[in-house]
Design a protein around this ligand. Structure first.
Ligand SMILES: Cc1cc2nc3c(=O)[nH]c(=O)nc-3n(C[C@H](O)[C@H](O)[C@H](O)COP(=O)(O)OP(=O)(O)OC[C@H]3O[C@@H](n4cnc5c(N)ncnc54)[C@H](O)[C@@H]3O)c2cc1C
Length: 438
């Protein structure tokens, strides 16, 4: 198995996977820095409303987290609905679930409207419980969905094999409205749309400094009336809000194509996108090319500061999955890769207008393609001043002044890595927002 991102392998058929870097000085109405799901959504919203837009990225469009992701398009992220319900109460949970559902809707409608070839698969979600605690998690999710008014199907232990070829799980919940996608082809497809709309796109162009209305790269500069930063792993030279994000590492692998019989054994009622109830969960889905994509991680590497590039972790994830699903025991996996997802201390994105420079907006720590898409679109809407009734409400959810279980100053003593780990776990399993009314 080789270390290579499968989605990059699929770019070999793409006409223009990389644009020239920014050279010289240019001016524009709006500059978007960062061309992941959030920056692309921002640029598309702005370009569609007639603004002159420049988009720059230090990689290729989608080259960071977006193009490393597994391409599950679901409102679920690190926070499941039952966890949002506990944290925010019914109204807040619904607000935030619908943020991500709206992100899914924007992405799917972009794919359909612009006929982007990115292996869009309609795939229901299957959240699978492991052991007694996993069965409880599944039931909590069913209850949360009922309470908020969303439908779902519950499978008991003996019913799980009717949808997934395994007798190793204690139950599962399934729901619709979710999709699978090749996320890098999606990003490159949006790039084409933006170029058609006249957006200037520069790749391999890292913003190295930022002063007033001007950002500088190694060969040029852009001066803009408004600037939106949709970047990952932000450096403190660019923004003090770099303090608000850290990352979690996860690993992915792709198999050789499965035969039709193997697919029928694996998914007796048709392909689903699945993840389990473990803290560091295993997730898998079938691509349109009939390959199995498997992801996961472990406690030691999730919050590690640096990339882990060996296959050790993903091999263990694959072997554990093979023990549970007999029909894939002989399946060969050909490529693996890892990525680090930016996240905040409570796993909710930070989106803000910089009070010191109100022409500058930041979109940081979006966990999930749909969240990133919503937040990029939201920031662009506010740049355009086309405010909607909900905007101030979302600025409150996404504010940089949120309270956390372990206060930020403790990071000077305990270190960012440990404090983030504890605050993330607290947000997931314990936190109740002070304003929540369940
Ligand atoms: C292995 C893996 C699997 C995942 N699986 C899923 C999944 O199945 N479903 C899902 O919804 N989410 C998944 N995610 C999470 C998802 O990928 C991210 O939450 C999402 O892509 C974030 O999008 P973004 O636009 O905020 O950030 P990014 O995609 O990271 O985009 C930020 C961009 O900013 C650029 N940038 C950074 N600094 C600079 C600078 N100084 N100058 C210029 N450009 C800069 C980067 O190059 C990058 O392109 C996964 C992530 C990983 C790593």
């Amino acid at each position: 198995m080789i270390l290579q991102d499968w989605w990059f392998t699929t770019l070999m058929g793409v006409k223009e996977p990389i644009r020239s870097p920014l050279k010289g000085d240019t001016k524009t109405d709006v500059l978007v820095v960062g061309a992941g799901a959030s920056g692309l959504a921002a640029a598309l919203k702005l370009a569609s409303s007639g603004s002159k837009v420049v988009l720059i990225d230090k990689n290729i469009c989608g080259g960071s987290s977006t193009g490393k992701s597994a391409g599950f398009l679901t409102p679920d992220s690190e926070l499941e609905l039952s966890q949002l319900l506990r944290k925010y109460g019914t109204t807040g949970a619904k607000d935030l679930w619908e943020v991500a559902a709206k992100g899914v809707e924007i992405m799917v409608s972009n794919i359909k409207e612009h006929k982007i070839e990115c292996d869009l698969q309609v795939q229901d979600c299957l959240f699978i419980g492991k052991g007694a605690s996993g069965w409880k998690d599944v039931q909590d999710e069913v209850e949360a969905r009922k309470k908020i008014g969303y439908s779902s199907t519950l499978y008991t232990e003996s019913e799980v094999p009717s949808v997934l070829g395994s007798k190793a799980y204690s139950g599962a919940i399934r729901y619709t409205g979710t999709y699978g996608v090749n996320p890098l082809l999606y990003a490159q497809g949006i790039k084409e749309v933006l170029l058609d709309k006249g957006v200037e796109i520069y790749e391999s162009s890292e913003v190295l400094s930022y002063d007033d209305h001007t950002v500088r790269t190694h060969l040029g500069s852009v001066t803009a009336d408004k600037i939106i930063f949709c970047i990952d792993k932000p450096k403190k030279e660019i923004t003090k809000y770099s303090e608000d994000v850290y990352h979690a590492q996860t690993f992915l692998s792709i198999s050789e194509p499965l035969g039709d019989n193997d697919i029928a054994n694996l998914f007796p009622q048709g392909p689903l996108q699945c993840w389990d109830s473990d803290l560091i969960y295993t997730y898998f889905r079938l691509t349109g090319t009939k390959r199995l994509l498997v992801g996961g991680g472990d406690m030691l590497t999730t919050y590690a500061k640096n990339d882990t590039t060996t296959a050790r972790v993903i091999n263990r994830v694959i072997n554990n999955l093979k023990e549970k699903i007999p029909s894939i025991r002989n399946l060969r996996f050909i490529q693996y890769w890892q990525g680090r997802i930016d996240m905040t201390r409570d796993l909710i994105p930070t989106v803000l207008r910089d009070p010191a420079r109100p022409w500058t907006h930041f979109v940081l720590g979006c966990v999930g393609l749909p969240w990133a898409t919503f937040c990029g679109d939201f920031a662009a809407r506010n740049v355009l001043d086309s405010k909607e009734l909900d905007d101030e409400k979302f600025y409150r959810y996404f504010s940089a002044d949120r309270k956390f279980f372990i206060p930020t100053w403790m990071e000077n003593i305990l270190g960012k890595q440990l404090v983030f780990t504890i605050n993330n776990a607290w947000a997931k399993y314990k936190q109740r927002d002070a304003t929540s009314k369940i």
